[in-house]
Write a protein that binds this ligand. Structure first.
Ligand code: PMP
Length: 419
């Protein structure tokens, strides 16, 4: 076939004699910001059994009632198989959307099933929201540090990511006000404020109740839509969940939820709750991306929520993760007292600052040799900051393995300080 003039096939010169990508000149501009996640690159090494991985954010599923889930899955296929295995609605299964409302009520959100869009994990919701709002060069304001998977999405849509600092009470309202005022003065359009208010990934901190309305007020005044990404909100270690930002304001917030951490990520089911008009566009965008979320996954989750004590299961998860958090914090105090860290009141992560300006990225190969893995802080910034930090996850290894991992890490840090 003769390529059309100007087509990629005509203009791209295959690089003969090498294994380089012959299509290198053909990729769309939006791919230029894409890079391999530091976490995914670590995965293969960190998963070796001799390595204690404090790197990944995989939930620990050992407590799930697998026999009961197997039985209800079998029943589901026998009784509703033709629906479960068929295409479904682009917005998501109606019964599941009603059940999602029950889950969100625990954080004070009062919505209608029509407001909910079921997605393939909250990761897809992040992608859809960004696709709807962000033109190349538009600013997305994100916490410093931010969830690496969200930064990847913003980069893929060629957003200009501007970081705003966090402290132990979450996003700092004064810094947000200052950044939005400056960006407006510079004529740079800000489309989204991306925030993880509860048990932040990677920082482990929670936006205080007092700051929530202040952040919302600042965003509203500057005409910036808030994306509240909340996969960990029900995994708090003390007290009731804080009210979601979406419970305080309907119009200026897109709320993202997920079953990945409170049930199981393998189903790949999350959701978005958006202002009415946005919700309609989200459904259109999702239909063009995936037609519809998996019916089999949705009905499995719906059956689980119907037939199991999911609140009790979440309570069990909270207790398990609290014990692991305690093991992590205790081991850090004992073995690496020269570092500083956040003490998360929920979720999966603590954010550790290394002593003496040590560089977590440079140290990583030595840590892997010492059979312990973590994620360097640089992964969580769009601008190369964070080398003196690391994210340590306490979700997956047992308390004993966590203590062993921190002991190994301490020996690496000690050796590094002597260099
Ligand atoms: N947001 C945050 C803050 C996360 O930590 C994660 C998963 N690590 C996600 C979104 C994506 O979760 P999922 O797609 O599994 O719902």
């Amino acid at each position: 076939m003769t390529p059309a003039p100007g087509s990629a096939a005509q203009t791209v010169q295959p690089v003969h004699g090498t294994r380089l990508d012959p299509w290198i000149g053909a990729y769309a501009d939006r791919t230029h910001g894409m890079r391999a996640s530091e976490i995914r690159a670590l995965f293969a090494v960190a998963n070796r059994p001799e390595v204690v991985s404090l790197a990944g954010g995989m939930p620990n599923l050992a407590g799930l009632p697998l026999d009961a889930i197997a039985e209800s899955t079998q029943r589901l296929v026998a009784t509703r198989g033709l629906t479960a295995l068929q295409y479904g609605s682009g917005q998501g299964d109606e019964r599941l959307r009603e059940q999602i409302l029950e889950v969100m009520r625990l954080e004070g959100i009062d919505a209608h099933p029509d407001d909910v869009v079921v997605t393939t994990g909250s990761q897809q919701a992040l992608d859809l929201v960004t696709r709807l709002f962000v033109n190349p060069g538009d600013v997305v304001v994100a916490e410093a540090p931010s969830y690496v998977g969200a930064l990847g999405v913003f980069r893929a849509y060629q957003a200009d990511i501007v970081h705003v600092p966090l402290d132990e009470h979450g996003l700092v309202p004064e810094a947000l006000e200052e950044a939005l005022t400056r960006l407006r003065a510079e004529g740079r359009p800000v489309k989204l404020l991306y925030t993880v208010p509860n048990f932040h990934n990677p920082a482990g901190v929670t936006l205080s109740l007092e700051r929530r309305p202040r952040v919302l007020e600042i965003a509203r005044r500057h005409g910036v839509l808030v994306v509240e990404d909340n996969p960990y909100g029900l995994l708090g270690f003390s007290g009731d969940p804080l009210p979601a930002m979406r419970s305080m304001e309907d119009d200026g917030v897109i709320y993202l939820g997920s079953f990945s951490k409170t049930f199981a990520p393998g189903y790949r089911i999350g959701w978005a709750v958006a202002p009415h008009a946005v919700r309609e566009k989200l459904v259109l965008a999702s239909e063009s991306a995936i037609l519809c979320p998996s019916n089999a996954s949705q009905l499995s989750i719906s059956t689980y929520l119907e037939n199991h004590d999911w609140r009790g299961q979440i309570k069990q998860f909270r207790e398990m993760y609290r014990e692991r958090r305690d093991a992590m914090i205790g081991a850090l105090s004992e073995h690496i007292p020269s570092a500083t860290w956040t003490v998360p009141d929920g979720g999966f992560y603590t954010w550790v600052r290394l002593p003496d300006g040590l560089d977590a990225q440079a140290m990583l190969p030595r840590a892997i040799t010492a059979l312990v893995a973590y994620v360097s802080g640089t992964a969580f910034y769009a601008d190369g900051q964070g080398a003196d930090h690391m994210r340590l996850s306490f979700c997956y290894p047992t308390p004993e393995r966590i203590r062993e991992g921190v002991r190994r890490l301490a020996s690496v840090v000690d050796a590094e300080r002597e260099l």
